[in-house]
Design a protein around this ligand. Structure first.
Ligand code: 9G3
Length: 566
């Protein structure tokens, strides 16, 4: 491809709204342009990287006998009504009506659609196991689109669904997908970890996320260096820190005016946050609960939601807190509450601790479980912290941020039952297939690759996903010999089947070199002053070393690197 005839509107300046590296570089390197909040158009080079990521995913899925098909993105509401999700997914689902006023949505995910397809096409156990997938655009009206394509409202997902006749079959299908994901992400050059994850509204018996470690990742990961345990912090198990055994002291009610924060409270009482149990009033769907965790911990709302089997859990409004505790926010406690009290395991380890008195400006001190109150439920309701003891091996838990690029689930029969999808088993009896589902965010993979493969000058594409494999740069197009030399090398490389970009623009050398670094093509061959001596420059984007060599050596070295790394 000749750059003088291509579409590559690179930007010198960093666009103001782009906060993270990948978002900045995807705009500056002319991979994409924003159309609306969370909606992007892909320019030629951005499309090439998307297609190369998709091709890697497709190859690894096909290697594990998955079968590709393509569903519509314009979906009739009926399918989602049958599974009950039409009402569950509120404003996040893009809904529309056709000319006959019938309800449709733009597909956010396709469990129902794939289940219907299997229901209508798979009749016998002989056709199972079957894993079918698509690579297709999804639509979700995110409340806060951010970080470019990391969280956009339209994105390409590879979504796969496995159908088996029993749990053992699902376990086998799940392992095949797990293998396909590892191979695909390895080939893309992504450094990732696999973490235990919450299955959320999907239900089922467990899920795992493929996380790319990155400080800008939205997800928080807990991991143990010693035993390798790793989990999304939404799910990571916590064990309670042992409390100090001390004799029970008499409970006292103290006047604690003007203490707005826990720190102000504990310093005014000359104690520590570890000796304070905070009581938070939550609304879980249509009921209220009081949740207690130690003062220096956070309530894990995912664990709470799963325990209560609720659809939505959120902190109660101040007016509700007043009605329930008869006190302003910040003075809630477990003593004398009407609503159920749910206590984290650590509360049971505490002695003579502080709680709100359910009276504005008052707290109780020297509170003890059993004598002063008894929680209705006790369990693991807190979020894991740096330095926690690993529940598996007793090692130390570390925390890092991650970008979720893949998520695989053992779903069970939630959708096949809801949609009455059955197959006839060996005895001719109807059985319900057991499902798994498996997603990869394609756009997010491109962004994650850039987050992990870039420097201050721009992108450093791994060969496997690079939009071009070699760039030929002629700094001085006015010099006929150098210009013809560049053209000749460009044509030779093309004949060798190398995807080569030829910068034949009438631009200054500095612009050409800056653009070559910005767009991150793995190999650069420069035809400059020494061309007259038969010498060209050879540089790999991932190295600072600039080599001088003959034209023939440069072409052979480019071929060798491309064929080794693509
Ligand atoms: C919706 C809307 C948003 C959603 C969903 C449905 C997330 C939804 C979870 C999944 C689970 C798996 C198949 C591929 C792998 C992930 N946000 N999820 O189901 F209607 Cl508006 O998508 N789906």
């Amino acid at each position: 491809m000749k750059l003088s005839k291509y579409l590559l509107p690179t930007l010198r300046e960093v666009p103001a709204e782009a906060e993270i590296t990948s978002h900045q570089l995807m705009l500056r390197a002319a991979l994409m342009r924003k159309l609306a909040s969370g909606v992007y158009s892909f320019l030629p080079m951005g499309l090439k990287t998307l297609r190369k990521v998709e091709a890697i995913i497709r190859e690894e899925m096909n290697n594990e006998d998955a079968i590709e098909l393509l569903m519509s993105a314009l979906l009739p509401a009926e399918s989602y009504m049958a599974s009950g999700r039409w009402d569950v997914f509120g404003s996040e689902m893009f809904r529309l009506k056709d000319r006959s006023n019938r309800d449709f949505c733009l597909g956010p995910t396709h469990e129902e659609i794939f289940t219907e397809t299997v229901k209508n096409t798979v009749k016998s156990y002989k056709q199972l196991p079957m894993t079918i997938y698509q690579i297709q655009t999804k639509y979700r009206d995110e409340r806060r689109p951010r970080f470019g394509v990391m969280r956009s409202r339209e994105f390409i997902m590879k979504d796969a669904y496995s159908f088996d006749k029993d749990q053992a079959g699902l376990d086998a299908s799940y392992e095949k997908m797990y293998r396909a994901y590892k191979k695909a992400f390895d080939r893309m050059g992504l450094d990732y970890i696999v973490v235990d994850a919450d299955s959320g509204a999907m239900g089922g018996s467990g899920s795992q996320e493929f996380m790319v470690k990155s400080d800008i990742g939205e997800d928080t990961i807990a991991y143990c260096e010693k035993c390798g345990y790793s989990a999304n912090s939404e799910k990571a198990a916590c064990i309670p820190e042992k409390g100090s055994d001390e004799p029970m002291r008499d409970i006292e009610k103290l006047h604690t005016p003007n203490v707005g924060t826990i720190d102000e409270l504990v310093s005014s009482l000359n104690t520590s946050a570890k000796n304070f149990a905070k009581t938070l009033i939550y609304r879980a769907d249509d009921k209220f609960v009081a949740v207690m965790v130690r003062g220096d911990r956070d309530v894990n709302e995912t664990k709470l939601t799963n325990y209560l089997g609720a659809i939505e859990v959120e902190l109660a409004a101040a007016s509700d807190v007043m009605e329930i505790t008869k006190a302003n926010v910040g003075f809630a406690g477990p003593i004398g509450l009407e609503v159920e009290v749910i206590a984290d395991n650590e509360i049971m380890e505490m002695h003579n601790f502080v709680v709100g008195a359910n009276e504005t400006d008052y707290h109780f001190i020297n509170v003890n479980v059993g004598r002063d109150f008894t929680p209705d439920h006790v369990g693991d309701f807190r979020t894991v912290c740096e330095g926690d003891v690993c529940h598996k091996c007793g090692g130390k838990i570390s925390i890092c941020q991650g970008i979720e690029v893949g998520h695989i689930f053992k779903l069970g029969t939630k959708y096949t039952e809801a949609l009455d999808c059955t197959f006839l088993d060996e005895d001719g009896k109807p059985q319900v297939p057991i499902m798994g589902c498996y997603g990869i965010g394609v756009n997010r993979c491109v962004a994650a690759i850039i987050e992990q493969h870039s420097d201050e000058k721009g992108i450093i594409w791994p060969m496997s996903v690079a939009p071009f494999e070699v760039i030929v740069v002629v700094p001085n197009m006015k010099d006929e010999a150098q210009k013809n030399g560049g053209e000749m090398i460009y044509n030779e490389l093309k004949k060798l089947g190398i995807d080569v970009l030829y910068d034949d623009r009438n631009e200054r050398a500095g612009v050409k070199f800056n653009d070559a670094d910005l767009i991150g093509i793995p190999v650069r061959i420069t035809v400059g002053k020494k061309f007259g001596e038969g010498i060209v420059e050879f540089k790999e984007r991932k190295s600072d070393e600039i080599l001088e060599m003959s034209i023939e050596d440069a072409i052979n070295k480019a071929k060798e690197i491309v064929e080794r790394e693509r």
